[in-house]
Design a protein around this ligand. Structure first.
Ligand code: NAD
Length: 496
């Protein structure tokens, strides 16, 4: 049995805490490790270490910081399979999907290695006679990251590499459900050459988060997780005068126009809806069929019926189990509610069990049709392998439906019409739009830009917006005299 260490001031060490959370393998719920709930002293030590390290880290030249990220990227690539295997063991993700989770994080590290040009400020010569103005961006200090269970590699890597490349130091509080992957990420960061204290990792749950996000020495808070927790963290962090960005839940719609390529639509919707057991914040959980495209619903259901959950190393497996028995209970209860409220269940995965692994958190692909807006399966984020199909007559109705939904993480439209696609991208109130692309997650030279209840804050994750989030602008106005200082004081607000 592994005890998950804390990582404070460059040392991996056992927590003094008496309180632990069991980390389980979701295929059979066997306990594979114990994660400590860090003591209040340990949380303070992590912040103190990051604060101390900031004094020297902020002085490290930007290209040197970028070079650390280059080393880190190379090490992550070298250990890609090994990290993915750890990730599979604590999330149940298939190996291919676990590798994807790590890869999407590596791409952000690559972007962090390109931080130099993003750290450039602005200059204007002669803003007044002989006076120039220029701006720098400078790091904030200690930044905090609180991450969810569903991407234990990608989401920590959304945060600390960009923050640290910008010159900050970082405290990460990963999900207590899968802390082994982030621990390995931290070990490799040390191997890449990270100085002590630049990254710290503490484990635990809400008590540790509460202490961290209200800590006087924490300057910025990045959170990814569910809506209620995101709202709570945004309010608390901003009440404590922190800069905050909170990425929250989702209900992503895909709109299918009758002129779309049917095979392309069906193939894409299968993976986008139930891949990773539907535990992706960008999963398509609602398919909106416009006009005659509704005749494709049964074919889609037939394809989804063929997708089999399985073990991480089973190449035939479409996805793995849900993260926990509680998650499974929640998903099953929503499936039941869907049936009770009158939706038609075309494929029912609620009885699925993997032979030999009956104790695991399995739910098979599930497809509902005739879903209406009032139903719980439409209103709530299910976060399971469940696709809700709805039918409307026109593109305008589809747009209105998506815009009425309180979430705004991602959406997609399948169509052969440029005009329909243009109208959709322009009018839809969702932050990330795919056109004939089912899950429109932007690469890290853009930013991850959810809207509405899927995001609280102003500046988004990775890309240029992350650099803005993790830095402060300083503007300098300078005059250098060639001759003697001109006579007399200037009593006006003008520069001269
Ligand atoms: P969660 O909100 O339960 O937990 C997220 C983090 O918050 C964990 O580290 C947890 O320990 C901490 N936490 C939980 N309760 C807390 C409390 N009361 N006070 C302070 N901290 C608390 O989320 P989860 O179940 O781990 O992740 C799934 C959710 O994350 C889904 O809703 C999903 O849509 C969302 N998500 C969103 C994005 C996005 O980019 N918008 C990305 C991934 C996941």
């Amino acid at each position: 049995m592994k005890n998950v260490p804390l990582f404070i001031n460059g040392e991996f060490s056992a927590s003094q805490s008496q309180q632990h959370i069991a980390v389980t393998n979701p295929v059979n719920n066997k306990v594979i490790a114990q994660a400590p709930c860090a003591t209040s002293t340990e949380v303070d030590m992590a912040v103190a270490s990051a604060k101390e390290a900031f004094l020297s880290w902020r002085e490290v030249p930007v290209p040197e910081r970028a070079r650390l990220m280059m080393n880190y990227q190379a090490l992550l690539k070298k250990h890609h399979d090994e990290i993915a295997q750890i990730l599979s063991s604590e999330t149940g993700k298939t190996f291919a999907d676990a590798k994807g989770d790590v890869w999407r994080g590596i791409e952000v590290v690559e972007q962090a290695a390109n931080v130099c040009s993003m750290m450039m400020g602005e200059t204007a010569e002669n803003v007044a006679r002989g006076i120039d103005t220029y701006s720098y961006i400078q790091p904030l200090g200690v930044c905090l990251g609180i991450t969810p269970f569903n991407f234990p590699a990608m989401i920590p890597l959304w945060m600390f590499p960009m923050a640290i490349a910008c010159g900050n130091t970082f405290v990460l509080k990963p999900s207590e459900q899968d802390p082994l992957t982030p621990t390995r990420l931290a070990e490799l960061f040390v191997e890449a050459g990270a100085p002590k204290g630049v990254l710290n990792v503490v484990h635990g749950g809400k008590d540790q988060v509460q202490q961290l996000m209200t800590h006087d020495d924490v300057k910025a808070v990045s959170f990814v997780g569910s809506v209620p927790v995101g709202q709570h963290i945004y309010k608390t962090a901003t009440d404590h005068m922190k800069r905050a960005q909170c990425f929250a839940g989702a209900k992503n719609h895909s709109v299918i126009m009758p002129d779309a390529n049917k095979a392309h639509v069906l193939n894409n919707l299968v993976g986008a809806s139930v891949g990773a057991a539907g535990q992706r914040c960008m999963a398509i959980s609602v398919a909106v069929f416009v006009g005659d495209s509704k005749t494709w619903i049964t074919e889609l259901a037939d394809l989804l019926k063929e997708v089999k959950p399985g073990l991480w190393d089973d190449k035939e497996a479409g996805f793995g189990p849900l993260i926990s028995p509680q998650a499974k209970k929640r998903v099953l209860s929503l499936i039941q509610q869907g049936k009770d409220e009158g939706a038609t269940c075309l494929v029912d995965g609620s009885e699925f069990e993997l032979p030999g692994y009956e104790e695991g958190n399995w739910v098979g692909p599930t497809v509902f049709t005739d879903v209406t807006e009032k139903m719980a399966i439409y209103q709530q984020e299910i976060f399971g392998p469940v696709l809700c199909c709805m039918q409307v007559d026109t593109l305008e109705e589809a747009i209105a439906l998506v815009n009425r939904n309180p979430y705004g993480n991602g959406t997609s439209i399948f169509t052969a019409s440029g005009a329909a696609a243009r109208k959709y991208q322009h009018e839809i109130e969702v932050g990330q739009v795919g056109i004939n692309v089912p899950i429109p997650v932007p690469l890290p030279f853009f930013s991850f830009t959810g809207w509405k209840n899927s995001f609280y804050g102003d500046l988004h994750a990775y890309g240029k917006q992350a650099v803005r989030f993790y830095t402060e602008t300083k503007t300098v106005t300078a005059r250098w005299f060639e001759d003697d200082i001109p006579s007399g004081p200037n009593m006006t607000i003008n520069l001269g």
